[in-house]
Design a protein around this ligand. Structure first.
Ligand code: HEC
Ligand code: HEC
Length: 170
């Protein structure tokens, strides 16, 4: 039977569409930390706080904030949306500036206290108010800094996808 050039091209297109739609499913890989979360962890809104106490990375404790204590006096609850006393920077061992995806993930899992590390990390990432400040707010005493792209909605989706696949540090 003659189908003609047009008919032939049309079937090629259909075949390609079929292959394209089937292949990603057959190749489905577990969600990795490096897929979406790594870039967000390395966003300045997370980093500026996490490197705050690092001399190596010229954290703010060693430059703009050399003699600034009583954080809440400036980063007021009204600005940050955090309860009083919660605007604070972590110990420098939680600084992942310049670290690879794997190292960043390992640091994130390291200082969560006792219990099941993955569920502690999941709860922290989904519910910690400072994390949510970085995702949705970004307000400082000098005005608003850009929040992490995608906000908490995209973040929750990416965190849950990663958690469902075992929270591998890859
Ligand atoms: C005297 C007022 C003042 C005090 C006190 C203060 N800050 Fe700040 N902070 C600022 C201002 C103003 C900015 C924004 C301008 C800038 O980039 O330095 C800022 C910015 C920051 C940033 C950068 C935010 C970002 O996402 O880029 C962090 C982190 C930070 N402060 C943490 C702290 C911590 C932790 C403390 C307490 C140890 C503190 N600040 C105390 C005024 C203050
Ligand atoms: C206002 C400062 C601040 C900001 C902004 C911030 N954090 Fe933190 N973070 C902390 C402090 C303080 C701790 C340690 C205290 C605690 O565990 O509650 C911490 C702890 C963590 C931990 C556990 C660390 C470990 O080594 O086990 C993770 C993971 C984390 N933060 C992720 C993030 C991510 C991701 C962002 C950005 C979306 C972010 N944080 C933004 C202050 C901040």
């Amino acid at each position: 039977m003659m189908i003609g050039l047009k008919g032939f091209l049309l079937s090629v297109v259909w075949l390609l569409a079929l292959v394209v739609s089937v292949v990603p499913v057959a190749n489905a890989q577990p969600t990795r930390f490096s897929d979406a979360l790594y870039a967000k962890f390395q966003n300045p809104r997370c980093l500026q706080c996490h490197q705050f106490n690092s001399r190596t990375h010229n954290g703010r404790a060693f430059n703009s904030h050399r003699s600034r204590y009583l954080c809440d006096n400036c980063h007021t609850p009204r600005l940050t949306g955090l309860p009083r006393g919660e605007w604070m920077a972590p110990h420098e061992k939680m600084d992942w500036t310049g670290k690879s995806a794997r190292e960043t993930c390992l640091i994130a899992k390291k200082n969560l206290g006792t219990g099941d590390v993955n569920s502690l990390l999941l709860a922290h990432l989904l519910h910690d108010k400072r994390v949510h400040w970085a995702l949705d707010n970004g307000m400082t005493p000098n005005g608003k800094f850009p929040a992490v792209p995608g906000g908490s909605k995209e973040w929750a989706r990416d965190v849950r996808a990663w958690a469902e696949d075992g929270m591998l540090c890859e």
